[in-house]
Design a protein around this ligand. Structure first.
Ligand SMILES: C[S@@+](CC[C@H](N)C(=O)[O-])C[C@H]1O[C@@H](n2cnc3c(N)ncnc32)[C@H](O)[C@@H]1O
Length: 208
């Protein structure tokens, strides 16, 4: 309960920072290592079962919290497209890639309705972004043509509980995600329940 209160306070801070035009501060907050306690990035990456050399999109990459572990998982032969509509986060990622001397991460400036991916990928990973997106059924229906054979879409989002995730809409129910993804032409292939505050579901395109 205390953790949930802390999370809601954090979410409120992020909303204030982003809407106050302080995106960089908001992304720094999202990248704070204390997040690892509840976000469990290692377990998340392990659950994705990525192969070295894979191409991945981190859709709504923000300040790159998941971009770096994804890049490590796919290795130097792989590629992570850090896709976002916010240029501030993409600039932070570009700078951090130089600092880390990482060459398999490419920032991609998207629009709200177009990911702008330069090539098809094996996995689209998206964390805490789904609830920000509008017309999601159309978005993910069109995204299917940018998935390679056996491509997957992994969606993590906050449960719809509490003031900010529930009442203010900074979360979704896993049932809604599933329903919309079905409508967009996908089927659920895995669901992970080790995260307390978020649902985590993986989808593949339903082939006739
Ligand atoms: C709450 S942040 C999450 C950032 C990161 N995934 C993380 O877990 O730290 C949500 C991000 O989604 C981005 N976003 C919202 N709508 C988007 C869209 N249609 N396409 C790409 N990015 C989007 C926002 O700009 C923001 O950076």
């Amino acid at each position: 309960m205390n953790r949930l209160r802390h999370l809601n306070r954090s979410t409120s801070l992020l909303v204030l920072l982003i809407f106050g035009g302080c995106a960089e501060l908001a992304y720094q907050h999202m990248n704070d290592p204390s997040r690892d306690v509840w976000q469990q990035p290692k377990a998340v990456i392990q659950a994705l079962n990525l192969s070295p050399g894979a191409r991945v999109a981190d859709l709504g990459a923000g300040g790159g919290y998941f971009t770096w572990p994804l890049a490590e998982a796919v290795g130097p032969e792989g590629k992570v497209y850090a896709v976002d509509i916010n240029e501030t986060g993409l600039r932070m990622i570009e700078q951090e890639a130089k600092t880390r001397n990482v060459s398999n991460v490419k920032p991609v400036l998207a629009t709200p309705t177009d990911h702008q991916l330069p090539e098809p990928v094996e996995l689209v990973f998206t964390c805490d972004t789904y609830h920000h997106m509008s017309d999601r059924v159309a978005y993910f229906r069109s995204l299917a043509s940018h998935l390679r054979d056996n491509g997957r879409v992994a969606i993590l989002d906050f449960h719809k509980t509490g003031f900010f995730s529930g009442i203010l809409g900074h979360g979704t129910s896993k049932e809604l995600v599933r329903q919309e993804m079905n409508e967009a032409g996908y089927r659920l292939v895995a669901e992970h329940s080790f995260l307390q505050d978020q649902h985590f579901q993986i989808f593949a395109v339903s082939r006739p």
